[in-house]
Design a protein around this ligand. Structure first.
Ligand SMILES: Cc1ncc(COP(=O)(O)O)c(C=O)c1O
Length: 430
């Protein structure tokens, strides 16, 4: 597999983004309202970023020192809404759990470390994280470039919610850099990138998009949900902020809904933290704990997701019932070269079109036994779905409409021969 970018630790030595800088910027811009006088997770993230640790070490240890009160090896679930103060305004860094909670701090510190970023912020869902980011960096009269293939809910947020507040968006194929340049407007403040995309696994060149965004005084956000930070670290390639639905690979067990933002930009971190608290879509402590527990095994899970997906792709590409397979690991995938450069593996998501059209696609979805028919992705168990009628129903009639003969697989980490037998049987017509 290709090596990580040499600029993996970008920003670590940048004095503009130290914890002190953020606090100073915060008190100037927002007073002490952000999280009291503390931006939780920040000092911890700095400490782990400079430690030179490997990914799996960070996943298991970053933000997760033994509990100072009891020595508990696992970060406790601090199921509390408020914190005793010794005198008016005298507290130990936590005042109220919307603003900050120690279990959430642990998760936020760990997420920042995994993305090689400075600040991590956790949210109640991926869409809550997206909403916070978008309302922080755009506003009425603003304009955003969005991919012409993306998670349907993300598109719905642009088309049905933000549009009503005067934020315009233009869908563009982000693999075509000339079209990206041409679509930029003076009021474009953000390029929204998803790579690989949901559901067509299109790949965008993060470094090239960052150059276009920064040349136009705009920012680049990358939804890294499909790759996970184990396979791709967008900040290292120049992105300003990374977005996650932690519901997916980071949580990894289909038992929690959550979202995250990670950035190394001190000013942006401060503004996002302010909005996180001011808008309030934060995750509860137990949800933070579940994502944190899942993240510990992200590396070993992703290795197996990638290996199993490669075998599934092998089966699908040679199958007469299959008309096309979408997977960035395929040498003839248009984004294969870029994926090989900016990812360290091709992931566990695979989409394919059925030669027999929509009816055949629906039939396959009904026939698998181990691949459970359901929305979502990134869990240990394999899932199958029909994007046009399920996850992407909200983009029907738009530029992002999905073909009716498309099936999407989230390849889990079960015994691969069982998965292959299940798919083979379903494709054969049951
Ligand atoms: C790529 C991607 N981004 C964001 C989201 C939204 O995340 P959530 O469902 O946690 O709100 C999803 C959900 O499927 C997704 O697939």
């Amino acid at each position: 597999m290709p090596e990580q970018s040499p600029s993996y630790r970008r920003g670590v030595d940048d004095p503009e983004t130290t914890a002190e800088h953020i606090r100073a910027a915060g008190s100037a811009a927002f007073g002490s309202e952000v999280h009291g006088d503390t931006v939780h997770g920040l000092d911890g993230a700095d400490r782990w970023a400079t430690g030179g640790y490997g990914f799996e070490t960070l996943a298991i240890h970053a933000g997760q020192d033994p509990d100072p009160a009891t020595g508990a090896v696992v970060v406790p679930i601090y199921q509390t809404s408020t914190y005793a103060q010794s005198d008016v305004g005298q507290h130990r860094g936590y005042e109220y759990s919307r603003s900050g909670n120690p279990t959430r701090t642990a998760l936020e510190t760990c997420l920042a470390a995994l993305e090689a970023g400075r600040t991590g912020l956790a949210f109640a869902s991926g869409l809550a994280a997206e909403d916070c980011l978008l309302r922080t960096v755009t506003g009425p009269g603003g304009h955003v470039l969005v991919p012409d293939d993306a998670y349907g809910g993300t598109y719905r947020l642009f088309a049905r919610v933000l549009a009503r507040w005067g934020v315009e968006h233009t869908p563009v194929p982000l693999g075509d850099l000339d079209r990206v340049r041409a679509a930029m407007r003076p009021q474009t403040s953000l390029i929204w990138c998803e790579t690989p995309t949901n559901p067509l696994l299109a790949v965008a060149d993060i470094a090239a998009l960052a150059a276009i965004a920064h040349g136009a005084d705009a920012r680049l956000a990358v939804d890294n949900t499909f790759a996970s930070p184990y396979l791709q670290q967008p900040l290292a390639w120049g992105a300003d902020v990374v977005v996650h639905s932690t519901t997916k690979y980071l949580g990894g067990h289909s038992d929690v809904v959550g979202g995250a933002l990670v950035t190394s930009d001190g000013g942006l971190a401060q503004e996002l933290a302010y909005h996180q608290n001011a808008m309030g879509a934060v995750p509860g402590p137990f949800d933070c704990w579940l994502v944190l527990r899942g993240a510990k095994t992200l590396g070993v899970r992703m290795d197996r997701h990638c290996a199993n997906a490669a075998r599934v792709v092998e089966l699908l590409t040679g199958h007469p019932a299959v008309a096309a397979v979408f997977y960035p690991g395929l040498p003839d995938h248009p984004g294969h070269a870029v994926a090989s450069r900016q990812m360290s593996g091709y992931g566990g998501m695979v989409s394919f079109r059925l030669a027999g059209g929509e009816a055949a696609a629906l039939d396959v979805c009904r026939r698998t036994r181990l691949f459970t028919l359901g929305e979502s992705l990134g869990g240990v168990e394999s899932l199958i779905e029909h994007p046009a009628r399920m996850t992407h129903a909200s983009v029907a009639g738009s530029q992002l409409e999905v073909a009716a003969d498309l099936v999407r697989l989230s390849v889990g980490i079960e015994t691969v021969d069982d998965l292959l037998a299940d798919l083979d049987e379903a494709l054969a017509g049951g």
